[in-house]
Design a protein around this ligand. Structure first.
Ligand code: SAM
Length: 280
């Protein structure tokens, strides 16, 4: 019989945020696989737990998965933990879970802290439907794709971000979100825990040199705004022009409004109409 692979959630700041079951599992397993063994040692010392640690991180996931699977097949129980919170959520571990399941090894979750859930429940935004996008990609094309998704999101969006990249992410968000509200959940469960509400532009004014850990929660496009935006975006540019023309707007005002609705540059709209009747 193979051993069990336990996925154990650990605190995201406050060391008291660990369940009794998590402690029992960490005390009873044969090995603990940890993202950063030195970091996890602090928690284990605090809990008075002494176990053989195996380092398991993004850069050795493949090799170490094999080692851990062999131990599991040899009837050893293993707990996987990350530096903070729920393992595998924007943390290593996906690989070993896949292989464990292929080998009929039992994978058992031991629930606990997770930054995204705790940020969401304090945001005041819609929790019935939400989309977690993890960290925004750095690759320009992939990043634009994700930003596009956020712009049209009909559910609350949750992002993780490193403090030194927070400003540039808020700058990108300010270009696509207009007045949509954002909550920054800062330093959850720690002494300086706070929730900062504002539009991306307002938050940029409030934060000069952000320090600490942050979750970004973005309000969904509200229904009316959503419907209007989809209604306008589904029109041809000519129909869009006529829509505003019928409301008595001037050419310049119309171009400005179309550019805003479609998040396009005004010049692109001018270019399109340059040889067509509305602007002649
Ligand atoms: N596995 C973790 C979890 O369950 O939340 C997330 C790990 S991910 C590598 C780290 C990111 O989670 C940080 O950059 C930050 O966005 C968020 N995070 C983790 N702890 C946090 C805290 N105490 N307060 C706010 N955000 C936190």
């Amino acid at each position: 019989m193979p051993g069990n692979l336990y996925l154990v959630a650990t605190p995201i700041g406050n060391l008291e945020d660990i369940t009794l079951r998590a402690i029992h599992v960490l005390q009873s397993v044969d090995f603990i696989a940890a993202e950063d063994t030195r970091h996890s040692l602090k928690l284990l010392n605090h809990l008075n737990i002494s176990k053989p640690l195996i380092s398991y991180h993004r850069h050795n996931e493949e090799i170490k998965s094999e080692l851990l699977i062999n131990k599991l097949l040899d009837n050893k129980n293993i707990a996987l933990i990350s530096d903070a919170g729920t393992p595998i959520i924007s943390d290593p571990g996906e690989e070993i879970v896949k292989i464990a399941l292929q080998n009929n090894i039992k994978v058992i979750p031991i629930p606990g802290a997770c930054a995204l859930i705790n940020a969401l429940i304090c945001s005041g935004f819609d929790t019935k439907e939400f989309t977690f996008l993890g960290f925004l990609p750095l690759n320009k094309k992939n990043r634009i794709g994700k930003l596009e998704k956020i712009k049209n999101a009909s559910s609350t969006i949750i992002l993780y971000e490193a403090p030194h990249k927070l400003v540039s992410t808020l700058e990108d968000l300010s270009k696509i979100l207009d007045n949509r509200k954002i909550v920054l959940a800062k330093e959850l469960t720690k002494i300086h825990e706070s929730f900062i509400l504002g539009t991306a532009k307002e938050l940029l004014e409030k934060l000069e040199n952000p320090k600490g850990e942050f979750v970004i929660i973005i309000e969904k496009l509200n229904n009316l705004e959503n419907k209007n935006q989809l209604f306008l975006q589904n029109m041809s540019l000519e129909e869009h022009y006529s829509f505003y023309e019928a409301q008595g707007f001037t050419k310049n005002e119309i171009i400005k409004k179309i550019a805003k609705d479609r998040k396009l540059n005004k010049n692109e709209i001018y270019q399109h109409f340059i040889n067509t009747s509305p602007l002649n």
